[in-house]
Design a protein around this ligand. Structure first.
Ligand code: NAP
Length: 268
């Protein structure tokens, strides 16, 4: 007998970001899932009245929160907005999810860690963020854990997409194609993660009806430095032999970055 899978209704916030668009790309492959995609215009998660209205009327089973303030440098210079979106709005979203029985899938970051550990970070390691972006995301995580029983916090790292968003992958390609010399640091190591893979992981995760709520780490699993990542991008696009790429560690950003942000992947 064929197993009947009930339809699940899913609200995706921040739907025009890298991850939101990656979920939109594959949504049609999941006929058992019905999506409402809300970009920042349709749903500003800092507008609590709007959040309550959409969640109250949507009859959702899940909310995937892809909305975030992700500009690490801007967050350092003026943290108010980062905390408003990544912490306070997430708190309200969690309260609304609790009230209407919605499971919250919240995306978080490797930047909740300080980068001083000599091995990959597990879900049991204690966060200790060293920049404002990381602090705001950790604050958001804490609210979720205090408020909700039914939640998944999925931490990921070095997110990129080949088509969507502004990211390291696209910047390297653009500069290489223009013939610019690439000066890239090898002082930080982590795991680049294609947003398309994360999107697939999230939707499969919903279909497994896993109820082991809590924190998960998802990456593409390969450890490298930014320099190594740039080399891979050039190789993949046949630009390695024609691009001048040098290791340069003099670049100092305003926000501190964790040296090691390798997340130990949890397989489910
Ligand atoms: N990018 C990375 O390297 C990285 C690494 C680790 C974890 N993450 C996490 O992964 C998640 C997805 O990141 P991403 O790369 O897809 O980010 P992204 O491309 O910057 O997308 C974030 C989206 O959130 C929207 N947004 C911002 N403020 C909002 C608000 N008040 N209400 C509703 N929407 C709002 C933005 O809309 P507008 O464009 O209209 O502002 C944007 O579409 C985030 O939680 C991020 O913290 C990202």
């Amino acid at each position: 007998m064929e197993r009947f899978t009930p339809i699940k209704r899913i609200l995706v916030t921040g739907a025009s970001g890298q991850l939101g668009l990656s979920i939109q790309d594959i949504a049609m492959e999941y006929p058992q899932l019905v999506f409402v995609f809300a970009n920042s215009e349709a749903l500003d998660i800092t507008d609590y009245v709007q959040v309550d209205k959409i969640i109250e009327n949507g009859n959702f089973d899940y909310c995937i929160n892809c909305a975030a303030y992700t500009n690490v440098e801007h967050a350092e210079k003026s943290p108010e907005m980062a905390f408003k979106v990544n912490a306070e709005a997430v708190k309200h979203l969690a309260l609304a999810c609790k009230q209407y029985g919605v499971t919250l899938i919240h995306i978080s970051t490797d930047y909740v860690f300080d980068g001083e550990k000599g091995s990959p970070y597990t879900v049991d390691d204690q966060p200790n963020p060293i920049n404002m972006y990381g602090k705001s995301k950790w604050e958001g995580e804490k609210y979720i854990q205090e408020i909700l029983d039914k939640y998944f916090i999925v931490r990921t790292s070095w997110l990129y997409h080949k088509k969507h968003g502004n990211n390291f992958y696209k910047t390297i390609l653009k500069k290489a194609k223009k013939g610019e010399v690439l000066r890239i640091t090898d002082e930080q190591i982590g795991c680049p993660t294609n947003a398309a893979n994360l999107a697939k992981f999230l939707l499969k995760h919903i279909l497994t009806e896993n109820q082991e709520y809590g924190i998960y780490h998802f990456t593409d699993g390969q450890v490298m430095s930014w320099y190594g990542f740039a080399q891979n991008i050039l190789k993949e696009n046949g630009l390695k032999s024609t691009t001048n790429i040098v290791k340069e560690n003099n670049y100092r950003s305003f926000a501190k970055r964790p040296k090691n942000s390798i997340l130990k992947k949890i397989l489910i």
